[in-house]
Design a protein around this ligand. Structure first.
Ligand code: NAD
Length: 366
């Protein structure tokens, strides 16, 4: 089988779906790997390392994809790029065909066998392929660092000749994969950290990282271990209690999300206005609309003395390690598709059948 990888074209995307490490493993498993020169430059993987790992380097995306049965990416190529792929090509990446209709249409029109990795069920067997988790970990880490950088205060407690500095109080909203990494990172920086989530099992996870669980008395567990959207009453209760609590917090890191929906709105403008001047909000949910009403995706603004940051492409900020994890996830996923260096689809495998898009019937041939 030939595997092709071309440059990522999305704005701000620095990550890559193939590293020299996974290239070597694929070549070792009998695949031919074709890489567009300069592929890993923005994640600091050099062409020479890919060559050494057995890749064939080519100049253009078209050459990388020419004759490739499998194409790997982080984000989907533009619809025009998708149209350049051959009918029946396997495309693996964070393709978002459901939220990006033009891309979805192009995938269907070109007849690609698309595996949008965000559709992968989050079962135990899929953990080694779970790109959402690996990338959320980097995003949570960076969000905590951004909060520390924007804050006009130290995170740790300091005892100095100029007196004692009290530690910052950091509140993390949403304690999924990103939120837990933000909690761990803020703790390592010495802050007093609290975490809040509507899934009660997060209490133990927050506490195991040295954080305090903030109990707002709202529980909302939905399908597949995820949160569900709150009712109007639950939301009102959450907001009243949260508004009060925010008055004593120095930094808020927002990571709350509900699958397939806009990010829940947790912090209103008036709650921001009630916070102490010099407080900081970093809204990691900016990409899906934000947990904070004042968030401007891609910008950092100040609202009545409170800094509100809505950084985008956080995982790309840690492109080297994010790519290493992403590429390993992809390599593990390819293990479901490749037998002795050849493509073989076992549609009875729920990981393949539930990830492929558009959905196909299990008894479909091919
Ligand atoms: P996510 O990005 O969808 O959501 C982030 C967090 O926001 C979640 O913890 C969610 O409970 C929380 N949230 C939603 N609405 C909220 C609200 N109104 N207020 C406060 N918090 C709110 O989730 P994720 O981080 O991708 O994953 C979350 C769950 O999936 C966790 O249970 C995680 O352990 C599980 N998971 C399981 C596996 C597996 O292999 N079994 C792999 C990855 C993740």
């Amino acid at each position: 089988v030939t595997i092709g990888v071309a440059h990522e074209t999305a704005a701000g995307e620095r990550r890559v779906a193939l590293t020299p490490e996974t290239c070597r493993k694929l070549v070792g498993a009998g695949a031919r790997v074709r890489v567009q020169a300069g592929l890993g430059a923005r994640a600091f993987f050099l062409d020479a390392a890919y060559s050494e790992a057995g890749a064939e380097l080519v100049e253009t995306a078209a050459e990388a994809w020419d004759g490739a049965a499998v194409v790997l990416c982080v984000q989907a190529p533009e619809p025009a790029g998708l149209g350049a792929l051959a009918h029946g090509t396997v495309l693996v990446g964070l393709l978002q065909p459901e939220s990006d209709a033009a891309r979805g249409d192009a995938i269907v029109a070109t007849g690609l066998i698309a595996f949008p990795l965000e559709r992968l069920p989050r079962t135990t067997r899929a953990q080694s392929m779970d790109v959402l988790s690996s990338q959320a970990g980097m995003a949570g880490y960076k969000a905590a660092l951004i909060a520390a950088e924007l804050a006009p205060r130290f995170f740790p407690m300091l005892t100095t000749a100029a007196g004692t500095i009290r530690p910052s109080k950091v509140l993390v909203l949403g304690a999924g994969v990103a939120g837990l990494q933000a909690i761990a990172t803020a703790r390592r920086l010495g802050a007093q950290v609290e975490g809040f989530d509507v899934r009660p099992e997060t209490r133990e996870q927050i506490e195991s990282l040295g954080g305090r669980f903030l109990d707002l008395g709202v529980h909302a567990v939905g399908e597949g271990g995820y949160a569900r959207a709150l009712s109007d009453e639950e939301r009102a209760l959450q907001q009243t209690r949260l508004a009060d609590h925010l008055k004593g917090v120095d930094a808020v890191i927002c990571t709350a999300a509900v699958p397939g929906r806009r990010a829940p709105l947790l912090v209103t403008r008036s709650m921001v206005a009630g916070m102490r001047p010099g407080s900081v909000i970093v809204d990691l949910a900016a990409e899906t609309g934000g947990n904070c009403e004042a968030t401007v995706p891609g910008s950092t603004i100040e609202l009545q003395g409170v800094t509100v940051a809505g950084p985008l492409a956080l995982a790309s900020m840690g492109a080297t390690h994010a790519s290493e994890m992403y590429a390993r996830n992809v390599f593990n996923f390819l293990g479901l598709l490749l037998r002795d260096g050849m493509l073989a689809f076992d549609w009875r495998d729920d990981l393949l059948a539930r990830t492929v898009w558009p959905e196909r019937r299990v008894d479909d041939a091919g």
